[in-house]
Design a protein. Structure first.
Length: 169
């Protein structure tokens, strides 16, 4: 009697086809989950930036009420008004946008006593699909009808205009 060991080519192809079908179902869900996590991280980072600005005002207020850039909030030795050590090196980078968790971050201080920070996807439709901004009021806004990443923080007035940006909870 001839005994056959192993699987035939057809059986192996069926198994591979089943694996590919399962992967084609799972991968889009994984990418959506990753983008959702990136959005949540962006909103959290903007909240942390607002808190860091509040600490900056208490520590270094004086003539510079708010930090004018992310670099000013970033790490340094020693910690002072030019490197306040209030955010990590990813957010307190030297060249904006500062990249973290699929989003790029911008900050500007257009006038004394104000600032605008923004979060935008590093790769549109791959790492995220929402642009966010926040001002010295601490309210985080999501851009309405966004279709591309930002190249800088939006003007303060735009960030607070209800027809351009909506506040998020």
């Amino acid at each position: 009697m001839n005994r056959r060991n192993g699987f035939s080519l057809i059986e192996l192809l069926i198994v591979v086809a089943i694996i590919l079908i399962i992967a084609s179902i799972a991968i889009p869900n994984l990418l959506r989950s990753k983008m959702s996590a990136n959005r949540a991280a962006a909103v959290s980072t903007l909240r942390n930036l607002h808190n860091s600005q509040a600490v900056y005002v208490m520590e270094f207020g004086g003539n510079q009420i708010y930090a004018g850039s992310l670099l000013q909030l970033g790490p340094g030795t020693p910690c002072n008004s030019t490197h306040a050590c209030l955010v990590d090196a990813f957010i307190g980078c030297t060249t904006e946008p500062c990249a973290k968790s699929g989003y790029g971050y911008f900050m500007t201080s257009p006038a004394p006593g104000t600032y605008v920070s923004a979060a935008t996807p590093l790769k549109w439709n791959a790492t995220g699909t929402d642009n966010y901004c926040s001002t010295d009021t601490g309210v985080i806004h999501r851009q309405l009808g966004a279709s591309a990443s930002l190249s800088a923080a939006p003007p303060r007035a735009d960030c607070e205009t209800p027809t351009l940006y909506e506040p998020i909870q």
